[in-house]
Design a protein around this ligand. Structure first.
Ligand SMILES: Nc1ncnc2c1ncn2[C@@H]1O[C@H](COP(=O)(O)OP(=O)(O)OP(=O)(O)O)[C@@H](O)[C@H]1O
Ligand SMILES: [Mg+2]
Length: 248
């Protein structure tokens, strides 16, 4: 298992509590540039919370998170810097219903990056082409299928030219026939060398593109391994139980 000497994402000694509840326990995770990490585990194990900490959507009490040299810590508020570098795609798309597809994509580049509208439009169209729905640029989210909306959400994140993309169960709210088009888009992105952390139970995707699969349970990373090793030779009883349930 090779981790580059100079990771683009580094999580070290991360601990987080919600009140008395110890939700993340001593999380260490190094992600090399261009690596794809798939995070899986039972409901409530802390996967979303971990991803949200990496994007500065959640505070944490102990440890450090560093994204391409920018450090987030309990007392370091570098939220805007981190968000500039980290794109996020949620289960529920989170598009603005009153804005067109193109306007959804250009909102942050124009208002956060101060990009001229003409340049933002051109950048957004480039990424809408990449996710293969340029023809929907002037449609509203409500006129799109779930799979199309999720591809817009991916294009919207890419329009900010992030260094790292985070996905939290991007296909779990989709009808089965739309899962593939979103996964195909993510496979393309992986092929282009994007660094990706993906919470998903799509084990076919994990086998195809993951550099490493990370299994979480009860706030801890229980096991992390290459997909080959992870699926063929799980080390821990909890991993075996989880795999037997999910691959059933
Ligand atoms: N804002 C919050 N306040 C208190 N507890 C929370 C909060 N958000 C999450 N939790 C708790 O933290 C634990 C981890 O939640 P998290 O959403 O990270 O799990 P998950 O692994 O993403 O689960 P799922 O697979 O269901 O999405 C859960 O027990 C959850 O109830
Ligand atoms: Mg979750």
């Amino acid at each position: 298992m090779s981790v580059s000497v100079n990771p683009i994402v580094s999580v070290a000694g991360l601990n987080k509590w919600f009140g008395d509840f110890h939700v993340l326990r001593d999380i260490d995770l190094l992600v090399g540039r261009g690596q794809r990490i798939v995070i899986c585990g039972p409901s409530g194990s802390g996967k979303s919370t971990l991803i949200r900490c990496i994007n500065a959507l959640e505070e944490f009490q102990e440890g450090r998170i560093t994204i391409d040299g920018i450090e987030l810590g309990p007392n370091l508020r570098r939220v805007d810097d981190i968000r500039r570098d980290v794109g996020m795609v949620f289960q529920s798309f989170n598009l603005f219903p009153h804005l067109t597809v193109l306007e959804n994509c250009t909102l942050a580049p124009i208002w956060v990056r101060h990009m001229p509208k003409k340049d933002a439009d051109a950048a957004a169209m480039k990424y809408l082409e990449r996710v293969r729905i340029p023809d929907k640029a002037n449609a509203y989210p409500g006129q799109l299928s779930g799979g199309q909306q999720q591809r817009v959400a991916i294009a919207r994140a890419l329009t900010m030219t992030p260094k790292v993309m985070l996905f939290d169960e991007p296909t779990s709210a989709l009808d089965p026939e739309m899962v593939k088009e979103v996964l195909d888009t993510m496979v393309d992105l992986a092929g282009e060398g994007m660094t990706m952390l993906v919470v998903t139970h799509e084990m076919g995707f994990a086998k195809e593109v993951a550099s490493r699969v990370v299994f979480m349970d009860a706030g801890q990373i229980i096991e992390a391994n290459t997909p080959d090793q992870f699926f063929a030779n799980p080390q821990h009883a909890r991993t075996k139980l989880f795999l037997s349930q999910i691959l059933r």
